[in-house]
Design a protein around this ligand. Sequence first.
Ligand SMILES: Cc1ncc(COP(=O)(O)O)c(C=O)c1O
Length: 393
Amino acid sequence: MADLHTTFTPALADLDDRHLRRRRRVVAAGEGATLVVDGQPLLAFAGNDYLGLAHHPALRGAAAEAAALGAGATASALIAGQSPAHAALEADLAAFVGADAALLFHSGYAANTGVIPALVGPTDAVFSDALNHASLIDGVRLSGASRHVVPHQDLRALDAALAAASGARRRLVVCDAVYSMDGDVAPLPDLLTLCERHDAWLMVDDAHGFGVLGDRGAGTVEHFGVAGHPRLVHMATLGKAAGVAGAFVVGPRSLVEWLANRARTYVFATALPPMVVQSLRAALRLIDGEPQRRRHLQALIARFRAGAGGLPWPLLPSATAIQPLVVGGNAEVLALDAALRARGLWVPAIRPPTVPVGSARLRVSLSAAHTEADVDRLCAALRALAVSGILDG
Ligand SMILES: Cc1ncc(COP(=O)(O)O)c(C=O)c1O
């Protein structure tokens, strides 16, 4: 076996050849929605800071105050206990989304890879949407349950797959509530009806709906009025609209206690630092108390969709803050990403394996931190690039 350098240098060159190499940029905060990216100020449509909270003074202040009392949680909550702030945030999250209890995880990836194997095992069957996030896919793999990948948002296919798996001990349907690279929303009431019919459970990952959807921002579950459904395992992340980091799962208290005992990414991981937790409590107050952020975001979504109509790159039918323009090839989407950067705009190119081969896209991510003028500037730049025939020949 060759040494590490000799192995990975050509492996990286191969990624370069296929336009699949990802590079990490050094990003610092700028004015408004502008970020300083590798030293260059760019108007950013890149992150998932949907409500513009990531740099909010209330979140920064809460973190600074908590830091004065200690920086780290030192161990898993099962070993070293959890702070009053952790307990209060769990109680607040449960009350906010209308569930009995909540459990905090240090990331959405950890929540999904911990929760699914705690719910199902080798004698069970999982039904996973074809466009599910990688963390759900990995959670299903770790569980050892038999995996049935269902075509995206195909309820008939799901119905048939559930019917065919009636012999499994448990049946679990898992899906994104808002698809992270497409922006479309899963029809939770229809999915729950199917789960009731087939004696199954539904686990939804509301990473991109929490804070954004629903009148109060409690997410896709509020939007559809299905909070607290007895077959629903509801997970959401706290590093996107909430602007900080972490994730939570809510459900009946017995489920939450079971997960605290059996989800390995909870049991064997150090709890979130108290300053993160305090910052999240400040974020939750703003999500609840400042609905104008959601209204502004909705207005920007409508404005972008009106302004980006007629481009040569199909705009997917999304009503959420995720507005993807499908370009197709990896080299082509990288060329567009670079051309936008040259115009002072940052819209990340998304390539396989994050999206299916041949569907590389620009993922426009809108935020309440954007102004109408920001959105108009992006639309104008896209139209100018389309007219310039940047991808011709
Ligand atoms: C749908 C979805 N689930 C889970 C995650 C992972 O969450 P986290 O970044 O908190 O690990 C992400 C993205 O990061 C996501 O888009």
